[in-house]
Write a protein that binds this ligand. Structure first.
Ligand code: DHB
Ligand code: FE
Length: 292
């Protein structure tokens, strides 16, 4: 059967993708940020999954105010990196895994989560920047991402957004779905976006280092309490875009210490943790948890 081997958590700032694409990673501003991912790139090579289930948010690229799915699963064979206004990033096409994605859709919908099934979708920085950070730079013509990716888009852009608790519960359902897939494959689940940042209004530029680190401690060590936080905590403490962090709870809820809303197994191993300010307008957080 398929199993979840690890979860990866990372921010997704578009300027990080631009820094990589334009050869700026060795500039003083960016060096400390990319140094935090040196471990992760080696870890990806040493722990190559067969599939990545990548929880991210679309930024009015594939979706718009015309149509706002709360949870959307990408079931296509391929996803094209989107043009976000500066031309598409020069990164490889994203290969999907339609068989596993369809199985997960079937299982999760039967577990009473109403997913939107998306058979055609471009993917923006929310998905490609975490892949670049974890996999390193690419020659877009010659190379490919290391494995197929199932994009799972969460609406954290237009209110109302899903609660942390609902995201956490959904993670548990996704784990059941993956573990009932009849093929011996290794799956990683990634939660992306965050950490504290606000791009608009009177509080634009807000960063809350103390809150971010306390939240990350809680996500790792007391995920049930972390899941229970109301969405206004995120907005108040981490800024209007800090709400992207609820996506990390989907990945955390899918880890093997959690079952039926309780801690039932050994805690996952923290393989790596990193935090850095600033990257564009955003605090960057990153962690890797391996299942025991
Ligand atoms: C920035 C951060 C984001 O999460 C995003 O989606 C767009 C821009 C920023 O910090 O510039
Ligand atoms: Fe974002």
């Amino acid at each position: 059967m398929a199993k979840i081997t690890a979860s990866v958590y990372t921010s997704h700032v578009p300027a990080i993708g631009a820094a990589m694409d334009l050869g700026k990673t060795h500039e003083d501003y960016w060096k400390p940020l990319f140094a935090g991912y040196d471990f992760s790139k080696q870890w990806m090579k040493d722990n190559k999954p067969d599939v990545i289930f990548l929880v991210y948010n679309d930024h009015a690229t594939a979706f718009s105010l015309d149509m706002i799915p709360t949870f959307a699963i990408g079931t296509a064979a391929q996803f094209t990196p989107a043009d976000e206004g500066w031309g598409p990033r020069p990164v490889p096409m994203v290969q999907g895994h339609p068989e596993l994605a369809s199985h997960i859709a079937q299982s999760v919908i039967q577990q009473d989560f109403d997913l939107t099934i998306v058979n055609k979708m471009d993917v923006d920085h929310g998905l490609t920047v975490p892949l670049s950070l974890m996999c390193g730079e690419h020659d877009p013509v010659k190379s490919a991402w290391p494995c197929p990716v199932i994009p799972f888009a969460v609406n954290v852009v237009q209110y109302p957004v899903p609660s942390g608790q609902r995201c956490f519960n959904l993670g548990q359902a996704i784990r059941k779905a993956i573990e009932s897939y009849d093929e011996d494959i290794k799956v990683q689940i990634w939660g992306t976006g965050g950490m504290s940042h606000q791009l608009q209004g009177a509080r634009a530029g807000l960063i809350n280092r103390e809150w971010d680190n306390a939240w990350l401690d809680q996500l790792i060590n007391d995920p049930l309490a972390c899941a229970n936080r109301p969405h206004m905590d995120y907005v108040r403490e981490a800024g209007s875009e800090g709400i992207e962090l609820v996506m990390w709870l989907i990945a955390r809820g899918a880890m093997s210490d959690i079952q039926d809303g309780k801690v039932t197994g050994p805690a996952p191993k923290l393989a790596h943790r990193f935090y850095h300010v600033p990257a564009s307008n955003t605090a960057v957080g990153h962690a890797i948890l391996e299942n025991a």
